[in-house]
Ligand binder design. Sequence first.
Ligand SMILES: C[S@@+](CC[C@H](N)C(=O)[O-])C[C@H]1O[C@@H](n2cnc3c(N)ncnc32)[C@H](O)[C@@H]1O
Length: 442
Amino acid sequence: MDKELKSQVLRLFLQFVQKHVPLSEAVIASLGGEGREAAIWQEHGIPDSNGWLIERNRKRSANLISQLPYRYTSSLASFSRVFRSVAGSSRGVDAFHLDLCGTIEPNIDIARRIIPLVVQSRGRCLAITVADARRNASVDNFGKIEKWLSALLGFRYQRMRERLEAEQGKDRELAIMREIGFFFSITDLFLFYGRYRMPNRVRRYAYISHTSGAPFPMRTYFFHFSDKPQRIAAPKFARYLYGEWFKEPLYDLNRPPQEIVRTKETVVMSNGLKRLRAMAEAAGGEVLEALESLVAAAGNDRFTKFMGELTMLVASHGGQQLVASPTTSGKRKTTPGRNGDFLEAQVELLKAKAKSKVAYNKARIEVGMKFLEGPGRKSKKKAALTARAMFAQTQKGHRGGFMKRLAEHRPGLLNDTLAEYYTGITGVEVTLQDLRKEAGLQ
Ligand SMILES: C[S@@+](CC[C@H](N)C(=O)[O-])C[C@H]1O[C@@H](n2cnc3c(N)ncnc32)[C@H](O)[C@@H]1O
């Protein structure tokens, strides 16, 4: 397997796209370069007539044309016109990778022409790769950008800085300025004739690429758009984008996952968690009720996961019966998660989570209903909470234990498909070998 981190990101982008359109049907385009990305398309079965390479450099274009089966055009500026004249004006590009080997700032106007093509497709996925160079136009104009963004985001601007510092380190001022500058460019890029294209999923990767022979820091951002552009004011869009930006953490592929800086929120939450744990153990049922309403009110994924875990904990410490084994009907199970059906249901949840948000929400209710017991307590909301707690037991620090239990129950459940689910969910490549190691099998 190619260890180059950029190649990993390119593969992750295809997985991201696959959630919205099968790769065998996806129309995909990127800047050509040396053809590395197009070779990955071939590996993944992108049909010849669906791939588009854009390359202005003559030597590289000649190589691309002679070595790859995909369609070719020479200029990014005229790509949308050429594409429409070949594919028809109603067709869109399911996945576009804007990989300019530079920064976005000087290319906004050219890039803007691409977005409508993406938004009118079925996949609606965009990736943007930028050089994470020490200085760029945003760093040079940071004073202005900061002023504009403060006006757009209000108090959230300061909050954004704090979140980036917590995520990337206080000493990484230039990196933070570059990300803020990129964010600002996006608020401009996604505006088209008075309407904003609304990304409903944002993923951020930082990594060192060696594609040019030397180590080169890069960032790639993935976006998935909702189908309807909106006529909203710039501050409203900026606030919306801010919310989407931090729904997922920055995936820093240069650092092993356990080294990722704990954000201020996770520190505050885990301290709070310790206190809540003590209270929950003492108080049981009432605390459970309070937690449930908190979970229902929470919007943040990480917070809800914590709450899910805590809900499960309260249930196993004498709170009201929330999670039980189907085989012990009526009797509370003291060691939830050790029974085979329970483990297999957790795998179902992983599969659904890796597939899509809709599939996961559906699976949560189905799975939760199976494992929720007690008279009058089978509400969809509670089922979803139960399933969320079950899912939380398969993640992060719990994964090793989960792998061990799976291996004890049915070793065949540890397979490449399971590793793919984790890769899809975490955004970082997880191999079967990693999972087997965590299970203590090698
Ligand atoms: C980073 S490389 C692309 C690498 C490729 N996506 C990969 O991963 O294999 C960027 C390429 O875009 C080309 N390029 C930059 N701006 C362009 C433009 N406006 N029109 C056409 N090609 C452009 C450059 O010549 C360069 O070869």
